[in-house]
Design a protein around this ligand. Sequence first.
Ligand SMILES: Nc1ncnc2c1ncn2[C@@H]1O[C@H](COP(=O)(O)OP(=O)(O)OP(=O)(O)O)[C@@H](O)[C@H]1O
Ligand SMILES: [Mg+2]
Length: 254
Amino acid sequence: MTVPYEIDHLVKRYDNGVLAVDDLHLSVQKQEIFCMLGANGAGKTTTLMVSLGFTPPSGGTVRISGYDITREPLEAKAHVAYVSENVQLYGNFTAMQNIRFFSELSSRGKMEDAALHEVLARVGLGADAHKRRVRGFSKGMRQRLGIAIAIIRDADLILLDEPTSGLDPKGGLDFMNLLQELRREGRAVFMTTHDIFRAREIADRIGIMVRGKLVRVLETDEIEHADLAAIYTHYIDQMAIQEGGARPDTTALQ
Ligand SMILES: Nc1ncnc2c1ncn2[C@@H]1O[C@H](COP(=O)(O)OP(=O)(O)OP(=O)(O)O)[C@@H](O)[C@H]1O
Ligand SMILES: [Mg+2]
């Protein structure tokens, strides 16, 4: 069985010398939601940028449904959908025109308008929003539309960069239900977040990233009982204490 997302010894050093991802190793299976926590600058977004082929890795590999993003970029990209705050949307188009455009590009082919309206409704965009230009959308509405586009792309893997950051409380709850549906459909979900409590609610596994390294992974049975906030703070404090380049001591909480 192919694994939707496999990151193997990934390294990303930017041209300015910043080591943003440092020997990252992880995989996400079908029907799994993996949430990645980490302080600002930990390397979460960089991991996504490399995974999407937006910037090349300095070492290691990323595979999406078995396809190497560097060697087989077209095949790899066909199996992944990306949702971020800055989703590539066409401001002059309405929500419906945007989703129709992406549906025409999708490998599974053009969908009927009725089906597209249904997907927009599913992510909580009301009927009047369907015919409004996206330029006037709030951040949360843009995120909802981004998720709708991810759904119609029918990807094995959905990558999300802080997807709940722009959502109002109701939007946040709707979004969690939507993620659960996507999991039930068999998709693999990888999301970055600063929201420890949402991560705890939704994730099958939670990773903590510090300075480009995955320093801890909490498995499903641990998530329920662990004091996630305390564990997270421990790693961030370690980082502050050891400012200067040394690795945090991760032995205490293993
Ligand atoms: N295009 C770039 N060129 C050079 N350095 C970069 C670039 N993008 C990010 N960085 C650096 O790489 C490191 C990791 O940044 P990244 O955006 O991946 O962190 P993040 O975990 O997503 O943080 P946040 O929680 O703030 O979104 C930071 O030190 C950042 O300054
Ligand atoms: Mg980021």
